[in-house]
Design a protein around this ligand. Sequence first.
Ligand code: PLP
Length: 241
Amino acid sequence: MSTIKDKLQAIRSRIAQAEIAAGRGAGSVALLAVSKTFPAAAVEEAAACGQRSFGENYIQEGVDKIIALRGLRVAGEPLEWHCIGPIQSNKTRPVAEHFDWVHTVDRLKIAERLSEQRPAHLPPLQVCIQLNVDDAATKSGVALAQLDELARAVQALPRLQLRGLMCIPDPASEAKLLSNFIATKQAFTRTVSQFDPKTSARPALDTLSMGMSADLELAVATGSTMVRVGSAIFGSRSARV
Ligand SMILES: *Cc1c(COP(=O)(O)O)cnc(C)c1O
């Protein structure tokens, strides 16, 4: 069986190949390692290979790992933790208190609570708005028609920093996936043109979080700047997928 180190290497070269194939600059796509359901020891192993950013879906599980690995450094920097799971409004506090990024903001109430609960001694919480380009009633994510309103609101909240968009498309078919990625990229371009702060004093709206283990090449080809990869690094998940 290949190790986390081998699998991380393989993913880095898949990303590098995809950047070349898409005519994009080397290093233009960041790798978020999705460690949900895997123990802190697996995160430590990836960190020892230079991986610094990790994604978690389940808030309590994520907080436990964040606390357990507090002293860990990669190239002198602490780990960077991204919440990529759904957030109920009664679960915003641990997210605001422990994570660095949230990719799944999809309504105003969640955004307001995260801003209110973000501790003063921490930098603003970095936020991607989750977009639902399908408008499927069962899925999370804001509808395209409400995106601008939510982006404006997030940008006005004092303890949040709007960084971009995120999507979890329906993998029903390759054609569907492609059209979802393209629609999300178009929404991202529009959001950047409207909401990018255009000042060096604040971080740019620079993040399009899309693509996972199975579809990262397609996501990079359509403009992703951050792929969220779990099973291809840590192995298949037995439960709670
Ligand atoms: C689990 C998960 C991933 C990683 O999926 P893999 O197929 O294991 O790479 C990415 N994004 C989100 C939102 C997830 O829940």
